[in-house]
Write a protein that binds this ligand. Structure first.
Ligand SMILES: [Zn+2]
Length: 167
């Protein structure tokens, strides 16, 4: 009986997380707990979520629903919507954060830095002149002064206003 070894909830999460074929992006897609999963917005073919391990305040990911590894494997509708969501999030960043710049990127494969290589996603990171992001590259340290709940609320408010301007 393996049950006697499950002495804490996080341990259970860990064991469930080890299941082969399991995918964090798919699990977030299939849940209804958007706040818990930091999902900011859902489209028809892709969703937007805050990164739990951010390189800067407001670091988000655009995640196609389809579980594919390569850009070339993504169907045209999903790719088109992902690009529309890029535009939406760019606008939301400018309204919510007034950044001096924005990084947009895709890491294909673990050698390229992909944490979850099997499920394609696009990173967006707002940047400010003189921000300390380089520290995360050189030392593994991150400077994140803003709480997730605040980033979530701030960005979600702007995204919903952009999507439903009349409400
Ligand atoms: Zn997946």
């Amino acid at each position: 009986m393996t049950r006697s070894y499950l002495y804490s909830p996080w341990r259970l999460d860990y064991i469930l997380g080890e299941k082969p074929g399991d995918c964090v992006m798919c699990r977030a897609r299939d849940t209804e707990h958007d706040l818990e999963n930091l999902i900011l917005y859902r489209g028809k073919h892709a969703y937007v979520m805050l990164n739990r391990y951010p390189y800067n305040n407001g670091h988000l990911m655009i995640v196609p629903f389809a579980h594919v590894r390569n850009i070339g494997d993504l169907d045209p509708d999903s790719w088109q919507e992902a690009c529309q969501l890029l535009i939406l999030c760019e606008k939301a960043y400018h309204l919510a954060y007034h950044p001096d710049g924005i990084n947009v990127g895709i890491n294909l494969g673990q050698a390229a830095g992909a944490g979850i290589a099997e499920h394609l996603h696009i990173h967006m990171v707002p940047r400010w002149n003189g921000d300390s992001n380089f520290m995360s590259v050189v030392s593994g340290e991150r400077v994140i002064p803003e709480a997730f709940e605040i980033s979530y609320e701030r960005l979600r408010t702007q995204i919903l206003k952009l999507v439903n301007p009349d409400e």
